[in-house]
Design a protein around this ligand. Structure first.
Ligand code: SF4
Ligand code: SF4
Ligand code: SF4
Length: 784
């Protein structure tokens, strides 16, 4: 795509058929010249209603099931309004409307966060590398460089400057969506839900342009299946060196730290460590940087006293970071205008003066909005603070734990506040008896929120007690992670397109999202390993990709060392940080466009219809916590990819559930004949919360089933579903008859037991259609 900017046309005098023009001046901000042979589809740059029909089709099958957290609405001064039963608020809104409106608000917050992150990043990269810096996410291996952007916007971005125009569209749509949440807008919950999907879709575009910009400008791995391995874990830090800890999601300050160290011959003498997505991205920038772990490890790492300087950018950072860092006397450098932390803005001050103030303790931290200056200050401060840091350990001694246990009032307020219902009081009682093992055993399931500490009436530092009890083990935690590879190569898509669409690769399982795990991160690793062994394609991003690394087999190897990083059956693919989630959606889109040759450009409905009916992909956000996770999930829903969350995901307030007991919900068009045909509940749900890892695994296998599966593919998928169900629940699933279309679908090794169920259920054979929900894709009408 190319642009001509700021064109001014001045017409002195012109006579024409339509009249006489004099002194006319026309100014055109920008002309877009699109050099793309592919014909544009029906919905380039869709507005908030352009895909509403598609959304309503999905919502008719996958009905919103609301689980209100609160029966009241208090968003305007008419309220509080009681919305229980069939009551309506003073503005006329009912409970379904209010719940869907809150979901929309959450998704708008999530999308705004990613889009603002993209804006921040792209503005910085354009300033540093220029508008004409080319987009390159994989050289000749990746011809479809921006599948989500091509699909949604109908343009092919070639330079960083092109991405600015996409940002303009995203910001406009976001404003419209937020406007819809005002009192007195929208009546139907389904319209709110359609807008939730829209928020998710623009969120995915924001993710994609952020990641392709940083891959292109910062030289991250370009679609490399064998991206290098990096160190991850609390034990990987060399405590003898000065340690800089970066936290957040926006990598420029961390990348500048690496550059500053290199330029000044200091690299290797200072540890650059990270938490959350900035950690992913700094290892994509330089794999010698180290990842401490997911975002939920903020407190445990800070309190361990290892960090000499904390550099925070944006998103998911604790709001008490400054207080916590002060406990270990580590200065904090804030680098983002969305997270100023109450600190003085020192952006225009000389670096050395800021360093002096931080090292002397005159100031606890500084806001520095220039990434290069923030980096210089961080390194210089770390070098000066490091020699003193061992004086400031913030973890208690064993004697403090015993003393705390002695004072414990046994009120159990800690457990009631705990997200994971951990038996803290009982573990303290064991500590009083002389063993810290029970406290240490809570470590794996603790998400590090410190709500127990806030709840304790005698202010015991309970999270620190747990970390201290497990300290010896923590120091030994050393694992390997394959750094985020970015996009999936076109050739990989060509190789797997057919087996995925036909069902012979049983599915693509994407582990994404935050670390609010119900029973620890090991569950994510166990699920990933199980599905990789079963020859699914396993993809991961964000905190989930980190949790997968923190697992070892009998030989001491992490999953990224055991399984290849290729997008193929049996691979475990780390795409990168949260923004790299776009490559997962992108892979599904590329299967439709590269393998199946469906038109991509501005052709959203058709591609989503293809994915829903043919691409057996499932997202799993086992520890989903944030509004960003909500937005990412909703982008997958509109694209036809179901998402499973862990039990904490119920707090998102609503699921999108199919009703397998209602056959009328499961009809599609057969594109060959135009007839409406029954396909069974495939995929059964669009958004589902599982209570346990076992339930999630069974559901993953089931939600990979698609109407288009060949008999061979369906029998492979059913064999995994039945096998997992029998292993975890000890019996045959009671709904197999809904998924067996012909006798050839039955897995050979399970033939007798499946036939028995079919006979009991009065099963009848069904045809295997060429499925679509879109009448315009029917090639020949019935009767023609
Ligand atoms: S810090 Fe850990 S133990 Fe304390 S409430 Fe949070 S999850 Fe529970
Ligand atoms: S809240 Fe504090 S005092 Fe109460 S049981 Fe827990 S640790 Fe003991
Ligand atoms: S609900 Fe979430 S945002 Fe609100 S205080 Fe708790 S952790 Fe923070």
């Amino acid at each position: 795509m190319s642009f001509k900017k700021d064109i001014h046309v001045r017409i002195g005098e012109i006579k024409s058929d339509i009249g006489f023009l004099k002194d006319l001046e026309i100014s055109i901000g920008k002309i877009i010249e699109e050099e793309w042979a592919e014909e544009a589809g029906p919905t380039p740059f869709p507005s908030i209603v352009d895909l509403r029909d598609w959304d309503l089709k999905l919502l008719q099958r996958y009905k919103p099931f609301y689980m209100p957290f609160c029966d009241l609405c208090c968003l305007c001064t008419f309220g509080k309004c009681d919305l229980t039963g069939d009551k309506r608020g003073a503005c006329g809104l009912n409970m379904a409307g209010q719940q869907s409106r809150i979901v929309l608000l959450a998704c708008c917050i999530g999308a705004a966060t990613h889009i603002s992150h993209a804006r921040h990043l792209i503005d910085h990269l354009i300033k540093k590398f220029g508008r004409d810096h080319p987009i390159d996410v994989g050289g000749l291996n990746v011809e479809v460089e921006a599948p989500v952007t091509r699909l949604v916007c109908g343009i092919k971005p070639k330079t960083l400057g092109d991405l600015e125009d996409v940002l303009g569209y995203l910001e406009r749509e976001l404003t419209r969506l937020l406007a819809a949440t005002h009192t007195g807008q929208e009546e139907s919950n389904l319209d709110f839900e359609s807008k939730v999907f829209h928020a998710g879709m623009i969120d995915h575009v924001g993710l994609e342009i952020a990641d392709i910009a940083q891959i292109s400008a910062l030289g991250f791995p370009r679609a490399e299946p064998e991206a290098p391995l990096a160190d991850i874990g609390l034990g990987v830090v060399d405590y003898a060196k000065p340690v800089i800890l970066v936290i957040g999601h926006n990598v420029p300050p961390a990348a500048e730290i690496v550059d500053y160290l290199m330029k000044n011959g200091l690299y290797g003498g200072v540890e650059v460590t990270g938490l959350c997505c900035t950690a992913h991205d700094v290892t994509r920038y330089n794999p010698k940087a180290k990842i401490i772990g997911p975002i939920s490890w903020q407190l445990r790492f800070i309190r361990s006293g290892v960090a000499d300087v904390v550099v925070v950018d944006e998103q998911c950072i604790r709001a008490d970071m400054l207080i916590e860092a002060q406990k270990i006397k580590a200065p904090v450098i804030a680098t983002s205008d969305v997270n100023c932390m109450g600190l003085p803005n020192r952006t225009r001050d000389e670096a050395d003066r800021i360093v002096e103030d931080l090292v002397s303790g005159r100031q606890q931290g500084a806001l520095i909005l220039n990434p290069a200056k923030a980096a210089e200050v961080a390194v210089k401060t770390a070098l000066l603070v490091a020699p003193r840091r061992m004086k400031f350990k913030a973890l208690p001694d064993v004697s403090d734990i015993i003393e705390g246990a002695r004072n414990c009032r046994k009120c159990d307020e800690c457990r009631r506040a705990c997200l994971n219902d951990l038996p803290i009081r009982e573990a303290l009682a064991k500590a009083l008896e002389g063993s810290l093992d029970a406290l240490a055993s809570l470590y794996d399931e603790c998400v590090g929120c410190a709500r127990c500490e806030s709840a304790c009436p005698i202010n015991l530092p309970l999270h620190s007690f747990i970390v201290r009890a497990a300290e010896r083990r923590l120091k030994e935690e050393k694992y390997k992670i394959r750094v985020g590879r970015g996009a999936i190569q076109d050739v990989e898509i060509r190789n797997v397109g057919s087996p995925i669409v036909l069902g012979e690769i049983p599915g693509v399982v994407a582990f994404v999202g935050c670390a609010n795990y119900p029973r620890g991160g090991a569950e994510v690793a166990e699920m990933a390993v199980e599905f990789a062994k079963r020859r699914y394609i396993v993809v991961a991003s964000g905190c989930a990709a980190m949790s997968i690394a923190m697992y070892k087999d009998e030989e001491g190897k992490s999953p990224y060392e055991i399984f290849p990083g290729v997008f193929d059956a049996g691979g475990i693919v780390n795409v990168g940080s949260c923004v790299a989630n776009a490559h997962i959606a992108g892979a599904a889109i590329k299967i439709a466009s590269i393998f199946a040759k469906r038109r991509l450009r501005g052709n959203y409905e058709e591609i989503a219809d293809y994915i829903l009916n043919r691409v057996g992909a499932v997202g799993v956000a086992w520890g989903a916590m944030s509004q960003k996770a909500a937005a990412i999930a909703s982008g997958f829903w509109r694209l036809g990819v179901p998402v499973i969350v862990g039990p904490h995901g119920l707090k998102y307030r609503r699921m999108l559930l199919g009703r397998k007991d209602k056959p009328e919900d499961w009809y599609v068009y057969d594109a060959r004949t135009g007839e409406k045909v029954y396909i069974g509940p495939a995929p059964e749900h669009l958004f589902y919360a599982a209570e346990t890892k076992e339930e999630a695994m069974v559901m993953i296998a089931k939600l990979c089933i698609r109407p288009n599966d060949t008999t061979k593919g369906r029998s492979i998928k059913l064999s995994h579903y039945i096998d997992l169900y029998k292993r975890f629940f000890g019996s045959m699933p009671d709904d197999i008859h809904l998924f067996v279309r012909t006798l050839a679908d039955i897995p050979i090794t399970m033939r007798d037991e499946v036939i028995k169920v079919l006979e009991e259920k009065g099963w009848k054979e069904n045809i295997i259609p060429d499925p679509t929900l879109l009448p315009r894709l029917v090639r020949r009408r019935a009767g023609e």
